[in-house]
Design a protein around this ligand. Structure first.
Ligand SMILES: NC(=O)C1=CN([C@@H]2O[C@H](COP(=O)(O)OP(=O)(O)OC[C@H]3O[C@@H](n4cnc5c(N)ncnc54)[C@H](OP(=O)(O)O)[C@@H]3O)[C@@H](O)[C@H]2O)C=CC1
Ligand SMILES: O=C(O)CCC(=O)C(=O)O
Ligand SMILES: [Mg+2]
Length: 418
């Protein structure tokens, strides 16, 4: 059926019901992309830890049938030198509904465009969900890292991140600059002869669907606030639009009422009766607020590029991107992935922290309703960190730590499951 993908004989597909809930068989097929660079180190460790947690939680009655699919450098070896993202990979990701991926390399400047962004765009995975929480014992630059407890909803399909650009000196850039200067009266391009140009599309529809998910998450998880993070004072019709459309949606769809004339507003959580405040923060100020007053922020809804920066900054506050998990989601399809990249200098050394991909898999299991296995992974992570047997990133900042390898950390986690 597929050219290079081998479908495991012993598994079934996860399917989506009409109400968008999942039907998860006891032996679901989970497609995975190994990833470039350190992807080959962390992905097998993630699989081992997940298999151990599932076996421990369900005593053999449930088991994942892993199915390798290809993207990035490995794909060019399997499919041919120019095939970075095979059509059958996209087909499987849509069809099998829940998947997980390692990081994929994107060259700076020229070369291929981001495969990570392409996957999100092709599958319309418009929410990038990145929870940021503290595990006791993790070394952090903050005095009170446990005060950082936020969930980032990053818009994943629009913004300057969409990659609509024209290179300096290209026919494209000349045409666009000619149009802008001659037909639109633009006088603000400082060096028109030597500029590259990028477009920043931000829509009301794209903003509304993202902010709707963020507010619904706050309701479902009893969170006190949703903060819209933007640079709308400068980019008025894109980032400013994001803020205005976000507030308008909170009022229109969730019945939020203005506080002291606005723009902040609030409504009562229909499930718990507690207040949820919708507020906003300008992105530069937000980056200092999260360091100085992290406890004041809970659910964060933001644009694509801001979300990228904020994810890594917040991850650092709770110990770094080595344990920062994430998911890319549409209403029906979810692809889980680490927040960090391929960390090429460590590739193939069995060295880096596999925690980010393992915790992404933990989110995946929870999404599938396999909460007993998810809980086991969280507990194993907590105990592994408390035991101080950790990878280099934590060991270098922790007193009395024993440094273990990437696979060694997976083994420590599995031991902790008992
Ligand atoms: N979703 C994806 O697939 C992503 C892909 N990328 C791509 O990855 C490539 C490399 O990007 P780069 O900017 O270097 O960012 P990376 O996230 O790959 O690495 C930056 C630094 O973060 C730390 N780090 C990363 N992974 C781990 C880990 N598992 N455990 C512990 N520490 C870790 C290391 O810090 P230290 O040096 O202090 O040890 C590393 O040098 C680029 O091509 C980029 O486009 C980037 C982000 C996401
Ligand atoms: O696509 C890439 O290479 C980088 C993506 C990234 O940094 C992110 O999504 O956090
Ligand atoms: Mg990033």
């Amino acid at each position: 059926m597929y050219q290079h993908i081998k479908v495991p004989a012993d598994g079934q597909k996860i399917t989506v019901n009409a109400d968008l809930t999942l039907s998860v068989p006891d032996h679901p097929v989970i497609p995975y992309i190994e990833g470039d660079g350190t992807g080959a180190d962390i992905t097998p460790v993630m699989r081992k830890v997940v298999d151990a947690a599932v076996a421990r939680a369900y005593g053999g009655s449930r088991k994942i049938s892993w199915m390798e699919i290809y993207a990035g450098e490995k794909s060019t070896g399997v499919y041919g030198p120019d095939v970075w993202l095979p059509a059958e990979t996209l087909e499987v990701l849509k069809d099998y509904v829940v998947s997980i991926k390692g990081p994929l390399t994107t060259p700076v400047g020229g070369g291929i465009r981001s495969l990570n962004v392409a996957l999100r765009q092709e599958l319309d995975l418009y929410v990038c969900l990145r929870p940021v929480r503290y595990f006791a014992g993790v070394p952090s630059p903050l005095k009170q890292p446990d005060k950082t407890d936020m969930v980032i909803f990053r818009e994943n399909s629009e913004d300057i991140y969409a990659g609509i650009e024209w290179a300096e000196g290209s026919e494209g850039v000349k045409k666009v600059i000619k149009f802008l200067t001659e037909e639109m009266g633009v006088r603000k391009i400082r060096f028109p002869e030597t500029s590259g140009l990028g477009l920043k599309p931000v829509s009301r529809e794209g903003t509304e669907r993202l902010v709707r998910k963020a507010i619904q998450y706050a309701i479902d998880n009893d969170k006190p606030s949703v903060t819209l993070v933007h640079k709308g004072n400068i980019m008025k019709y894109t980032e400013g639009g994001f803020r205005d459309w976000g507030y308008a949606l909170a009022q229109k769809e969730f019945g939020a009422e203005l506080i002291d004339g606005g723009p902040w507003c609030k409504f009562r959580n229909p499930r718990t009766g507690r207040e949820i405040t919708i507020k906003d923060s300008i992105a530069d100020a937000f980056l200092q607020q999260i360091l100085l007053r992290p406890a004041e922020y809970s659910v964060i809804a933001t644009l694509n590029l801001n979300g990228d920066y904020i994810s890594d900054a917040l991850a650092a506050q709770v110990g770094g991107i080595g344990i920062a998990p994430g998911a890319n989601m549409s209403d029906s399809v979810a692809m889980f992935e680490a927040t960090h990249g391929t960390a090429p200098k460590y590739a193939g050394k069995d060295y880096v922290n596999p925690g980010s991909l393992i915790l992404s898999a933990e989110m995946m299991l929870r999404h599938m309703g396999w909460t007993e296995a998810s809980d086991l992974i969280i507990r194993a992570m907590e105990k592994a960190i408390t035991s101080k047997k950790v990878t280099y990133d934590f060991a270098r900042l922790m007193e009395g730590a024993t440094q273990v390898s990437c696979s060694g950390f997976g083994e420590v986690m599995i031991e902790q499951m008992g």
